[in-house]
Design a protein around this ligand. Structure first.
Ligand code: NAD
Length: 665
């Protein structure tokens, strides 16, 4: 991994008869076509075939040539030597340039490498890779995204990046998010190595074939056999470890944050928990916390390789400047003292530091394909606490955004219009972020006649389901598509580009706004037809209102029973009383992760907004005759809190001091 050699690629083209043509042999890689097979062989066995920048570029160029070449039916990717297919990316140059304050070299390398990873993942022809010995980090990026990934008796696959202050990248986070149960969190955070059987179980490989059979199989492919022969040659991989550990892994790695996982492991004395803690002890806490966050953000139906690489790049782009990467390399490879001075040595990583590493990169974001954002014209109406940062994120990503607000007259990087109609005029997409359904209906009356057929109205406000459906109907009358996509994540999420969108509308409309969701948020769930997003939002917030009240009243009861708040948190956050209100947004100051409670209950999410949302859920429940007694009680408590008990302007978690001050009637 630490080979400091720079490549001096020698290119030569040899034509040798009809079966062996166009050979490009460089010092580190051999690229040629044999019959109808494109052949790539890594030829740096002394450096465990560590992937250099030039090797990435060479592989990409070959794949591009063969993509359009009808004579090439498939690609075979293998490596010289017995010890490794590819033990990782060659990070020596990144380290040296980074230490000298030049972060651009590393960023370019990562961006180009990730583009290659995506190309392999999406390649239209079969890619068969043979993964002997170590396949790690950058090796996973080229070896584990093809269509036929073959492992044998010596295979050991891992994503060990947390050990050097990075996160599992090169698209590895995609496989971690898809692995069974919590295996992805476990593999990413601990950097545990997978045997052949484990790699197949976790989704990093497809087939086990005895390594002594590989040369004959490759020869068969080269002589024109189809890739079916690979599947036919596969045999059972024997027993691995991961499947047997699944129960323990799921038990300990289900938590929301790194501290949840640590809490769970530390409260257990069995061998698995202790061995896992030892593995985690070597790794950068910031990297582990970000790995967990990435896997959580990715998991779900909207997972794509582009999204995985985009999130990974947000981290790696900042890893030298703000992360532990340079220190990790120093300790592991340069000084080899193996005692890195991580930024957060005690493993309690503030949520704000994780958000900072994963914030959108705006115009520096990873671009896998030609950038078409610049062509997108967006009108943005409602530039308040939420709308302004959301619109700014779209503009930073390269969209042309024209904004309008009845009060706010300027937002950075936005062109301002004099009216909602003017902002919507000629726009591809109009986004609204308004206070309520009545205002949304009035704005829709004004903008829809100005929008061209085929354009789209995206409402991100929280409004009543009826208004959302009425606006969607009205839009259809103008041949405009509509999506209702209220958000969760608050002002912090709007600024950081980490909102969750719950969307209602047609498949076609949802697909059209997906790129905007990816810029403004971390996750978008398509909930159903028009109004389904609002329905999901009010149901979610009804649960949130009720669980926050339950959490606050339980803390107040615990106080009165003489129970220490930290102990209460330690127990409940890993027991069946677990909830987002307790674990991620703890209402007790100084306990759990940072939350508005640590900031004098300054919102965050204001109590009056919770009151509004609880009102919407009761309104909807009445309309359809649903019995919602807990929601109704939560509404009454928040109404009293906001209107009679000074809760207006406080965070909705300020229910805790309210319960603290009260006694039983
Ligand atoms: P806000 O009051 O800060 O912003 C609303 C903006 O809309 C204001 O700037 C206002 O001037 C503007 N506006 C009102 N009428 C208008 C009109 N006719 N034309 C143009 N602009 C107009 O509110 P916010 O906190 O940004 O919330 C916006 C929406 O997002 C609400 O529906 C809210 O429930 C929802 N929401 C808020 C949060 C949060 O934490 N603040 C979280 C999730 C969802």
């Amino acid at each position: 991994m630490c080979d400091l050699r720079l490549n001096a690629p020698l290119s030569q083209a040899i034509h040798a008869g009809d079966s062996f043509s166009a050979v490009t042999h460089m010092t580190d890689i051999l690229i040629r076509t044999i019959g109808s097979t494109g052949r790539i062989t890594l030829t740096r066995p002394d450096a465990l075939n560590a992937l250099t920048y030039q090797m990435c570029l060479d592989i990409e160029a070959a794949l591009e040539r063969w993509r359009a070449d009808d004579k090439v039916a498939q690609v075979v990717l293998d490596a010289d030597g017995e010890r490794a297919f590819c033990a990782g990316g060659d990070i020596a140059d990144m380290y040296q340039t980074g230490r000298a304050g030049d972060f651009d070299y590393g960023r370019r390398f990562w961006a180009d490498e990730y583009r290659l990873n995506a190309k392999i993942f999406n390649y239209p022809k079969p890619i068969v890779s043979f993964l002997q010995g170590f396949t790690m980090g950058g090796g996973v990026g080229i070896g584990c995204h093809g269509s036929h990934r073959i492992v044998g008796q010596s295979s050991q696959i891992a994503m060990p990046e947390c050990g050097i202050g990075l996160i599992p990248d090169v698209g590895g986070s995609l496989m971690l998010a898809l692995a069974p149960g919590r295996v992805g969190e476990y593999l990413g955070i601990t950097a545990a190595r997978m045997s052949a059987a484990d790699a197949i179980y976790a989704g990093f490989a497809d087939h086990y074939i005895d390594e002594s059979d590989w040369p004959a199989l490759i020869a068969e492919l080269e002589s024109g056999a189809s890739v079916e022969c690979v599947t036919a040659a596969a045999t059972p991989p024997g027993d691995g470890h991961l499947e047997g550990l699944q129960h323990d892994i799921d038990r300990h790695f289900g938590g929301e944050s790194l501290s949840d996982i640590l809490n769970s492991l530390q409260h257990d004395t069995d061998d698995f928990a202790q061995a896992t803690l030892t593995q985690m002890d070597r790794n950068s806490p910031l990297s582990m916390a970000c790995t967990l966050e990435i896997v959580h953000r990715l998991r779900g139906p909207s997972l794509t390789i582009a999204k995985a690489l985009d999130l990974e790049y947000r981290f790696t782009y900042r890893s030298m400047e703000l992360g532990d990467f340079l220190e990790g390399i120093r300790a592991a490879i340069i000084d080899k003292d193996r005692t890195p001075a991580w930024q957060y040595a005690d493993q309690s990583v503030p949520a704000a530091s994780v958000s900072k590493m994963l914030m959108p990169l705006g115009k520096h974001r990873l671009q896998l394909e030609e950038d078409n954002m610049a062509q997108l014209k967006i009108g943005f109406i409602g530039l308040g606490n939420m709308g302004a940062p959301m619109a700014a994120n779209l503009a930073k990503a390269g969209c042309h955004v024209t904004g309008f607000d009845t009060v706010v007259s300027q937002v950075d990087q936005l062109t301002m219009a004099r009216s909602a109609a003017a902002a919507a005029d000629g726009a591809d997409i109009v986004v609204t972020m308004l206070p309520n359904g009545g205002i949304l209906r009035r704005v829709a009356d004004e903008v829809l006649p100005k929008m061209r057929p085929g354009a789209l109205l995206l409402d991100c406000s929280t409004v009543d389901v009826d208004s959302a459906r009425a606006v969607a109907d009205q839009a259809a009358g103008h041949e405009v598509m509509a999506v209702d996509a209220p958000v969760s994540g608050g002002i912090g999420g709007a600024a950081a580009g980490t909102l969750t969108f719950m969307a209602g509308g047609s498949e076609e409309a949802f697909a059209k706004v997906q790129p905007l969701f990816e810029i403004m948020g971390q996750k978008a769930v398509h909930c159903g037809g028009p109004g389904a997003g609002q329905a999901a939002k009010i149901c979610n917030n009804m649960i949130l209102g009720a669980t926050m009240i339950a959490t606050c009243e339980a803390f107040a009861l615990a106080d009165k029973l003489g129970l220490d708040r930290q102990k209460m948190f330690d127990v409940v956050s890993t027991s069946s009383g677990y909830s987002w209100s307790m674990n991620a947004y703890c209402p007790a100051p100084g306990v759990g992760p940072q939350s508005p409670a640590d900031n004098g209950y300054k919102p965050g999410f204001a109590a009056e907004l919770m009151l509004k949302d609880l009102g919407l859920s009761q309104q909807a429940a009445e309309a359809v005759g649903a019995d919602t007694p807990m929601g109704a009680r939560a509404l009454e408590l928040y109404r009293k809190f906001v209107e009679e008990e000074g809760g207006m302007g406080q965070d909705f978690s300020a229910m805790l001091p309210r319960f603290e001050a009260k006694t039983r009637d």
